[in-house]
Ligand binder design. Structure first.
Ligand code: NAP
Length: 533
C-alpha cells in the first residue's frame, strides 16, 4: 500500500444518479465509501448534456428515485418530460437532502483501477497520482457518457466556435445572428435543432441517416395528476413494472399484435399513439419490435406524417428513414419536422455528398462549401463500454478489462465480470440499462449489489467473482433475447455499430422483469454463479 493512500470499503466512480444512490445505500448499510467525479458537481449525464432542448424521454414522474417516500412527496416535477435544468436541480436536491457531497471528490478523474490479489484490494489512481484503496470498486460511469468527437480533417483550422452536445458549456450560448451547422440527427440533434433554428440566422443540418422521431407532446404537468401519482407512488411504479415496458404506467396497454388488427384498426392505434406522443408510440403494436411486417406498417405511418408535416417534398423525402423503426432508439421531439419549414433552415444529405473537411470558414462536402460561424456536433457516444474502456482496469492476473473485452463485453447479470473480483458495474453491459427506465434499473442494481456486500459481510467472505461459465451462459441468454427482436437488424449504438472497429455485440438485456426475477433467484440461492473466497 502506498504511504499516503486512503482506504475505504468501497470506491465508486461517477456521481450521476447511479453513483449517488450507491453511496447513500452503502452508507445506510454501514460501509465506508468515497465517490470520484470528473465534473465539479453531481448529475452525470444531466451535468454534461446542457444543450438547448435537452430533455428526458421518460416521463418525469417515472424518471425519479423511488427509494425514499419522503423524497417522492417533497419533489414536484413541473413538466410531463423534465428538461435538463430541472433534472439537474433534482440531482442537486438529492445530494443535499442525503448529505452526499461530503463523500464525493469532484474534479477528480480516475485513471486506473488495479486489483491486488495478495492484499486483496483495489487501488485506484487519479490523474494527479493520488491513490485510494478499497475492498470493493463500483463503476457508476453510465452507458452514454463518452461523447464521440469525429476527427474531421481540418477541424482545428475552423475559426468559429465548436460545440459538442454531450459537453455543452455551462454558460448560455447565444447563436443570434450566426450561421450554425449541426452534424448529427439522433436524439440530441433532434432536440437541439428546433431551438438553435429559432436563434440562428441560418441553420444547416448535416444528416447522415434520417431518424424516426415522434412528437413528445410535452406539456406542463397537471398538478392534479401529479398529486394522484404521489398519493400511491409505489402502486404507480408497480404499474410501470407490470406494463412490461418499465415506464408508462399511465399509458394504455399495447394494442395487440398488428396481424390481429384490421388495416383501419392498425391506423387507428398508430394515430392514437402518435397523439399520445413520445416513445409510447412503440406500443401501438405489441409486435412492433418483433415482427418486420408490423414494423413496416409503423414505418410507413411515420413517413406519411413526415410528408404531411414538411412542406418541401424533396426535404420531406430526405427526412424519411427507410430503416426498421425502433431499431436505433426512437426519438421524441418538439417541433422537429416543422423546423424544416423555416426559411432559415436547410438540410444537407451527407450520405449523398459526404463531408470532406472543415475549413477556416466552414464545412466542405463533396459538392459544396457551407460558411459557418459555429459548428455543433450531436454525434453520439461511445455507448455501453466507453467509460469503462477509458480507465486502465486490471483484474486478478493483471489483465486489462479492455483486452478481455476486445471481442465484446461479457458480464454476469451486467454487474460483474469474471477475472475481476470485487469489481461491480451499475447498469453494465448485459443488464437491461438503456432498454429500461434508467432510474429504475439503477435502483435495482444498487440494491442488489448492496445486498450482496451485506451477505458477504455476514458470511465473512472477502472476495466475490462471477464464474466464467455462468457468465458465458448469461451472455448467450442476452444474445438470444436480442435475437427475438428486431434490435439486432441495424447499426445502432446499442451494439457498438456507431464506432468503426468496435466489436458489435448487442449488450442490453431485453426483458427487465425477467432480469429482475433472475437476479432475485440468484440472490435467494446464495448468489449462485458467483464464487466467494
Ligand atoms: P446518436 O443517436 O448516436 O446520434 C448521433 C448522430 O450523429 C446520428 O445521426 C449519426 O448518424 C450522426 N453521426 C455520428 N458520427 C457522425 C459523423 N462522423 N459524421 C456525420 N454524422 C455522424 O446520438 P445522440 O443523439 O446523442 O443520442 C444517443 C442516445 O442518448 C439516444 O439514443 C438516447 O438514448 C440518449 N439521449 C436521450 C435523450 C432523451 O432522453 N431525450 C436525449 C439525447 C440523448 P448515423 O445514424 O448515420 O450514425
Amino acid at each position: 500500500m502506498s504511504r499516503d493512500a486512503e482506504r475505504f470499503d468501497v470506491l465508486i466512480i461517477g456521481a450521476g444518479f447511479a453513483g449517488m444512490y450507491m453511496l447513500h445505500r452503502l452508507r445506510l448499510a454501514g460501509f465506508s465509501a468515497r465517490v470520484f467525479e470528473v465534473g465539479d458537481d453531481v448529475g452525470g449525464t444531466w451535468y454534461w448534456n446542457r444543450y438547448p432542448g435537452a430533455r428526458c424521454d421518460v416521463e418525469s414522474v417515472e424518471y425519479a428515485y423511488e427509494f425514499s417516500p419522503e423524497l417522492v412527496q417533497e419533489w414536484d416535477w413541473t413538466e410531463r418530460y423534465a428538461a435538463q435544468p430541472e433534472i439537474l436541480k433534482y440531482a442537486n436536491h438529492v445530494a443535499d437532502r442525503f448529505d452526499l457531497r461530503r463523500d464525493i471528490q469532484f474534479d477528480c478523474r480516475i485513471a486506473s483501477a488495479h486489483y491486488d490479489a495478495e492484499e486483496p484490494h483495489w487501488t485506484l489512481t487519479d490523474t494527479a497520482g493520488q491513490q485510494y484503496h478499497s475492498q470493493f470498486c463500483v463503476f457508476a460511469t453510465g452507458c452514454l457518457s463518452v461523447p464521440i468527437k469525429p476527427d474531421v480533417p481540418g477541424l482545428e483550422s475552423f475559426a468559429g466556435e465548436i460545440f459538442y452536445t454531450g459537453e455543452w458549456p455551462h454558460q448560455p450560448v447565444d447563436f443570434s445572428g450566426q450561421r450554425v451547422g449541426v452534424i448529427g440527427t439522433g436524439s440530441s440533434g433532434i432536440q437541439s435543432i428546433p431551438l438553435i433554428a429559432e436563434q440562428a440566422q441560418q441553420l444547416t443540418v448535416f444528416q447522415r441517416s434520417a431518424s424516426y422521431t415522434v412528437p413528445a407532446r410535452n406539456e406542463p404537468l397537471d398538478p392534479q395528476l401529479r398529486e394522484a401519482v404521489k398519493a400511491d407512488y409505489p402502486a404507480f411504479r408497480q404499474r410501470s413494472r407490470d406494463s412490461g415496458y418499465i415506464f408508462g404506467a399511465r399509458m394504455p396497454a399495447n394494442a395487440g399484435f398488428a396481424s390481429c388488427l384490421s388495416p383501419s384498426e392498425q391506423q387507428m392505434h398508430l394515430e392514437n399513439y402518435w397523439r399520445i406522443g413520445g416513445l409510447f408510440f412503440a406500443r401501438a403494436f405489441g409486435d412492433m419490435q418483433l415482427d418486420t411486417g408490423a414494423n413496416a406498417i409503423a414505418q410507413e405511418f411515420v413517413r406519411t406524417k413526415i410528408r404531411d408535416l414538411v412542406h418541401d417534398p424533396e426535404v420531406a423525402e430526405r427526412l424519411c428513414p427507410d430503416a426498421i423503426i425502433g431499431c436505433k432508439r426512437l426519438c421524441a421531439d418538439t417541433g422537429y419536422y416543422e423546423t424544416y419549414n423555416r426559411p432559415n433552415v436547410s438540410l444537407v444529405d451527407i450520405n449523398a455528398a459526404p463531408i470532406e473537411s472543415i475549413t477556416e470558414k466552414g464545412l466542405r462536402t463533396s459538392d459544396a462549401e457551407y460558411p459557418l460561424d459555429a459548428l455543433v456536433f450531436a454525434t453520439g457516444f461511445d455507448a455501453m463500454t466507453g467509460a469503462l474502456d477509458r480507465v486502465d482496469i486490471r483484474g486478478a492476473s493483471g489483465q486489462r478489462l479492455s483486452d478481455v473485452w476486445q471481442y465484446g463485453p461479457a458480464t454476469l447479470l451486467g454487474v460483474q465480470t469474471a477475472g475481476f473480483p470485487n469489481l461491480f458495474m451499475i447498469t453494465g453491459p448485459g443488464s437491461p440499462s438503456v432498454l429500461s427506465n434508467m432510474l429504475q434499473s439503477i435502483e435495482q442494481n444498487v440494491e442488489w449489489i448492496t445486498d450482496l456486500l451485506k451477505y458477504m459481510r455476514e458470511h465473512e467472505h472477502e472476495c466475490v467473482e462471477a464464474q466464467a461459465d455462468q457468465q458465458t451462459v448469461w451472455m448467450e441468454y442476452v444474445a438470444a433475447m436480442a435475437e427475438t427482436t428486431l434490435y439486432t437488424r441495424c447499426n445502432s449504438w446499442y451494439r457498438g455499430a456507431n464506432i468503426e472497429g468496435k466489436p458489435q455485440v448487442f449488450s442490453p438485456c431485453v426483458g427487465y422483469n425477467q432480469y429482475v426475477e433472475y437476479c432475485d433467484e440468484v440472490a435467494a440461492a446464495g448468489y449462485s454463479g458467483f464464487d466467494f473466497g
